[in-house]
Design a protein around this ligand. Sequence first.
Ligand code: NAP
Ligand code: ZN
Ligand code: ZN
Length: 348
Amino acid sequence: MSTVSAYAATSAVDPLTRTTITRRDVGPHDVAFDIHFAGICHSDIHTVRAEWGKVKYPLVPGHEIAGIVTEVGSEVSKFTVGDRVGVGCFVDSCRECDYCRAGEEQYCNNPGMVGTYNGVGRDGQPTQGGYSGAIVVDENYVLRVPDAISLADAAPLLCAGITTYSPLRHWNAGPGTRVAVIGLGGLGHLAVKLAVALGADVTVLSQSLKKMEDGLRLGASEYHATSDRDTFKKLRGSFDLILNTVSANLDLGAYLGLLKLDGTLVELGMPEHPMEVPAPALIFGRRRLSGSLIGGIAETQEMLDFCAEHGVTPEIEVIEPEYINEAYERVVASDVRYRFVIDTQSLR
Ligand code: NAP
Ligand code: ZN
Ligand code: ZN
């Protein structure tokens, strides 16, 4: 075992503080790497604050992790010391169920993927995430960061990037399709960039027009404020696909009305409380309400390579670990442009 510095939550209400955690010895199939950058995802905040249910503290969040390999186990074949790598939202799964075999490890049902934090590893120990100086992960759950992408930019792609790329691909966003993205935050701004890179026509639906200039610069052709009820009249029946990236409850019925016949609204945001869905909003227009959870390992690698090829990178604000608690407040207040990324140098 080795020890490493980290930032951990000790309860649902107290600020995160600096601490020391242990990492397991490097097993035959493991890759150890120094963490250089870790993104702050709104899911970190939902989890830490126990909005998704009970949590075991202390908890080190962070599932957008990028760094450089320092040691590999004797059986490791995919990575060597010095490689630029990343880890996303999970670090293991059963590897045997139909979904794992199909490369959809995030949907493993035997009993489920092992979260990068707040999970339990094969060794029976709680998993701890990326707000730390180093990590040890089985090579099958490690991604390769393409040379064209900096480690700081790679971090947010490992959750926000794949979470938006996967449904865009699944629902065939591309030339000739009209896509709307609700919420211009971490997920939302990457959804815009990725949908544009895939060739779709993209509209941003944000609470206000405050970030309109940014939205258009990212490639959206239209930008509307959802606080203006006229938006829902003007855009009725407009979209093939809507990605909802909002972390709070929305009036889903109103947004479903923006879909064309047979259109699909994909729920990506995971608010604390259930949302109501009026049946007529689905029935009139034969509309679909779907959901999507991050993406599998192969698709995550495909997304990283796609981003390298198409020059898709997140817009980030790099922070020191001491700023994590303030960053959380700003994320909750929708005051993030557009992803906080922790420089973890002082934790190594
Ligand atoms: P984020 O950076 O905070 O972005 C969320 C955006 O939603 C905000 O920037 C804001 O955009 C909008 N918003 C926030 N509160 C709102 C409210 N009360 N009413 C209307 N709009 C509101 O969060 P994120 O990191 O992108 O994550 C978004 C959600 O996705 C979270 O719930 C997270 O847990 C979830 N998530 C899911 C997956 C998955 O696999 N499905 C993966 C990662 C994250 P505007 O200011 O533009 O309105
Ligand atoms: Zn996330
Ligand atoms: Zn499985």
